[in-house]
Design a protein around this ligand. Structure first.
Ligand code: PGA
Length: 278
């Protein structure tokens, strides 16, 4: 990250690009990127939870082969960033405008001022409850990147779209329409099937692999060669018990974790699985 350890880490990862056996996902990128495991605390977290953030940050230091981040409620960012100064704290959303008459909203500069080094944009819970369109998500991603934040941009299909066989087409289109223009080196994509979020349901590794390869191809088509360096995270009911299997899938470069990121005891096994897969 520009303000932390990620750019160096990504550079190091790129420098040790190695060929991987891709088996049936032969079209996957041939690069092994440093994995990113990001927690999404959603609307959870009070002052009393700063000790848990510290426990997560301390334990994460044992896994330098993995980038670890926590995206916490915006009101907690400053205290979290102060509590864990060398750990990546992020926001969960950002407004697309620099400033102005947007009651209740937070700008990219405000996130950064509070100590955030990244932000999620386009989470399905916001696309749904706040009716965020692809255009709006793109503008948010653009605003955050322009300000120097890393961005995790979320895409994912509904159960209905999955069952009708349209999942890949729908998600490719979401990516196309939400992807900001220009430099993609500070961007990660999170593929989060809506029906897998918080439900305990997870797609088959075949379905995850198919989607991640499709996303990789779209990223390369849109960004050129740098598209092969954009990390594609999987999100949706990731736990310590299924993380290793998910991280073994081609083009899965990490995870965006909701419920299992709230406690170090649940989150760190996922980080450990990512380190094992690195
Ligand atoms: P979950 O949430 O891990 O609780 O399914 C993931 C997310 O919404 O980012």
């Amino acid at each position: 990250m520009r303000n932390g350890s990620w750019p160096d880490a990504l550079g190091a990862a790129l420098a040790r690009i190695k060929r991987r056996g891709y088996g049936h996902f032969a079209k996957g990128t041939m690069m092994a990127l440093k994995k990113l495991v990001a927690g999404n605390w959603k609307m959870n977290g009070l002052s009393s939870d700063l000790a848990e953030i510290k426990a997560i940050a301390d334990a994460a230091r044992d896994f330098p082969a993995v980038d670890v981040a926590l995206c916490v409620p915006s009101i907690l960012i400053e205290r979290a960033a102060r509590a864990v100064p060398n750990f990546a704290i992020g926001g969960q959303d950002v407004h697309f405008a620099d400033k102005g008459a947007h009651t209740g909203c937070v700008s990219a500069q405000m996130l950064q001022d509070a100590g955030a080094v990244l932000t999620i944009v386009g989470h399905s819970e916001r696309r749904d409850a706040q009716r965020e369109s692809n255009d709006e998500v793109r503008a948010k991603a653009q605003a955050a990147l322009s300000c120097g934040l890393e961005v995790i941009l979320c895409v994912g299909e509904s159960l209905e779209q999955r069952e009708s066989g349209d999942a890949v087409k729908v998600v490719e289109r979401q990516l196309d329409e939400s992807l900001p223009k220009g430099d993609c080196s500070h961007l990660a994509i999170a593929y989060e099937p809506i029906w897998a979020i918080g439900t305990g349901k997870v797609p088959t590794v075949g379905d995850i692999g198919e989607m991640h390869v499709a996303l990789r191809q779209r990223l390369i088509a849109r960004c050129g060669e740098p598209g092969s360096g954009v990390r594609i995270l999987y999100g949706g009911s990731v736990k310590g018990s299924n993380a290793a299997e998910i991280f073994a899938v081609a083009d899965v470069d990490g995870a965006l974790v909701g419920g299992a990121s709230l406690k170090a005891a649940d989150f760190i096994p996922i980080v450990a699985a990512a380190a094992e897969a690195a």
